[in-house]
Design a protein around this ligand. Structure first.
Ligand code: NHR
Ligand code: GAR
Length: 194
């Protein structure tokens, strides 16, 4: 069985979309894969309750409990490794990961970023796209490497930016497509590594 471990920090709507796709598309039968665990760096992440309701194992590794990023990432890796993951999925996970963590999961660590990379890596992407006068925005699923938001691109989708958009309205429009594209990219990855 290929275990998928999902890392979140907040709402977990992408995580929920992946869990839903795994059930509806029968990933267990087709890819011998399942969402084995959801891990958050924040104890109050709404996504944790959602995962528990689905009977998925959860864990919290609070980054504030650790003196530095290396110590946090070591504890996070221990929590991840407890589920022997074939794939580690960042879904709204908000802590930059050290090269040590990234190297440990090389080739099996992916992220969804709410911009059309290589434009707007980092935070506050929707406001930056609006401020730059972009007519389109979107999302990127990419492999995670040590360099933030620079790994090989696996999938993208484009949405229009409207003249009256705010960061909130644009984020909502992008998120709808995230929920479609991220599960599809993961299914494609699982199909290729069968
Ligand atoms: N780590 C590495 N090494 N490489 C990537 O490509 C990563 C990563 C960790 C997270 C997600 C990313 C995004 O999609 C991601 C990609 C957090 C920050 C950030 O600045 C930036 C990018 C992403 C996630 N985090 C602050 C920090 O100091 C904390 C911000 C907060 O807590 O709100 O870690 O955008
Ligand atoms: C998503 O839009 C995701 O792309 C973005 O945060 C949202 C999380 O929503 N990720 C980042 O900005 C990473 N820095 P969710 O928790 O409901 O999936």
């Amino acid at each position: 069985m290929k275990n998928i471990v999902i890392l979140i920090s907040g709402g977990g709507s992408n995580m929920a979309a992946i869990v839903r796709a795994a059930e509806h598309e029968r990933w267990a039968a087709r890819f011998d894969a399942r969402v084995a665990a959801v891990i958050s760096n924040k104890a109050d992440a709404a996504g944790l309750a959602l995962a528990r309701e689905r009977g998925i194992a959860t864990a919290v590794v609070p980054h504030r409990d650790f003196a530095n990023r290396e110590d946090f990432d070591r504890a996070l890796a221990a929590a991840v490794d407890a589920h022997a993951p074939a794939l580690v999925v960042l879904a709204g996970f908000m802590r930059i990961l050290t090269p040590g963590f990234v190297g440990r999961y090389a080739g099996r660590l992916i992220n969804i970023h709410p911009s059309l990379l290589p434009a707007f890596p980092g935070l506050n992407t929707h406001q930056r796209a609006i401020d730059a006068g972009c007519k389109v925005a979107g999302l990127t699923v990419h492999q995670v490497t040590a360099e933030l938001d620079h790994g090989p691109i696996l999938a993208q989708a484009v949405v229009p930016v409207f003249a009256d958009d705010t960061a909130t309205s644009l984020a909502e429009r992008v998120l709808v497509h995230e929920h479609r594209v991220y599960p599809a990219a993961i299914a494609a990855w699982l199909g290729e590594t069968k």
